[in-house]
Design a protein around this ligand. Structure first.
Ligand code: TUI
Length: 315
């Protein structure tokens, strides 16, 4: 399976399935579970202090001998610390998000690190390809957290047509159907976040998992456009108040202050009313807690079975 797939070759993994980086959520336990299941597990550096991140990097190596990744969130004040830790610990794969990854690529690629930028537009895909990116993660606005403007459907096909490097599609994918659809659009791999939030090995607060499991197609909302950083999360008291503040045009400083610490409150403390429950739009499809390895096998086999089935439907 996947013997001629460029993503499995590049990442040195069994299946072209990447676990989305989710700040406070994606730790060594989740990353190791995904990597041990044949995908690429990713630790999210987020705003983690360097000492804590270093512990996670040491821990993931104790839990798996498979390749894993580290995501560097470029809006974070600690992104350079994360980059230096990636260099020190020879992290095999680094993904970047929420900004332009030139400095990360320049620092880590000469060391042999595979740096894969997450991008949300064709212009950025072309730019990072020219800078030497070996692949891109094309993230549509169905994704949870900080998002761009284009949908996965529109973005994946256009990027796959524009750049010759492999495309990993992200946003709105949570099962074999989504995986096959992404491949039909020209992707050679998929990244999934929301599905892995409810993995058995994911340490997110139980209340957070319950919110995802209970969600339907209308459960998420985008806030933060006024800040220039739109974020998708599950509707709750916090998003309602945030929206009201945006509508009333309160200052950016006030909004920033109001939003600060909310993701941690939801993920760590389980405050899913006043916290930010970031989630993709596909949460409505996610209805079961399972080990990550079982999810991966199920998704791959569903996609492969469906591919044959669809071939028949065109006969
Ligand atoms: O980065 C993400 N998703 C995230 S980061 C995050 S933490 C956060 N918390 C509160 C507010 C903001 C962030 C939660 N979710 N996904 C990857 C991604 N990257 N989506 C969009 C982009 C992106 C956006 C702009 C990539 C490059 C880019 O360049 C713009 C520029 O010109 O800098």
């Amino acid at each position: 399976m996947f013997s001629s797939n460029r993503v499995t070759k590049l990442l040195n993994v069994k299946y072209p399935i990447v676990q989305g980086a989710m700040a406070w959520v994606a730790d060594a336990d989740l990353a190791a579970a995904v990597s041990n299941g044949g995908g690429l597990g990713i630790i999210a550096a987020g705003n983690m202090p360097a000492e804590m991140l270093e512990q996670e990097l040491l821990k993931v190596r104790r839990l798996t001998d498979k390749p894993f990744g580290l995501n560097i969130m470029l809006l974070s004040p600690t992104w350079e610390d994360a980059m230096e830790l990636a260099a020190k610990h020879r992290v095999p794969v680094v993904t970047t998000g929420a900004g332009l990854p030139g400095k990360v690529m320049d620092r880590l690629m000469p060391l042999g690190t595979t740096v894969i930028p997450v991008i949300a537009s064709i212009a950025h895909a072309e730019r990072v390809r020219k800078q030497g990116a070996p692949a891109v993660i094309a993230e549509g606005m169905e994704a949870g957290g900080h998002i761009g403007e284009s949908t996965t459907m529109a973005l994946t096909a256009q990027i796959a047509k524009t750049v010759d490097i492999p495309v990993i599609a992200a946003g709105g994918i949570a099962d074999g159907r989504g995986m096959l659809a992404a491949f039909a659009l020209g992707a050679e791999g998929v990244q999934m976040g929301t599905r892995f939030v409810v993995a058995t090995e994911c340490n997110v607060h139980e209340n957070y998992k319950k919110k995802i499991l209970a969600a339907n197609d209308h459960s998420t909302v985008i806030t933060g456009r006024a800040l220039g950083h739109p974020v998708r999360s599950i509707k709750n008291k916090f998003t309602q108040q945030f929206q009201e503040m945006e509508d009333n045009r309160v200052t950016i400083e006030e909004l920033d202050k109001f939003g600060s610490g909310r993701l941690r409150a939801a993920v760590v403390d389980g405050d899913v009313d006043q916290g930010s429950v970031m989630s993709g739009q596909i949460a409505g499809l996610v209805d079961r807690i399972q080990p990550a390895a079982e999810m991966i096998e199920e998704i791959v086999h569903e996609a492969a079975g469906l591919a044959k089935d669809i071939y028949g439907r065109f006969a």
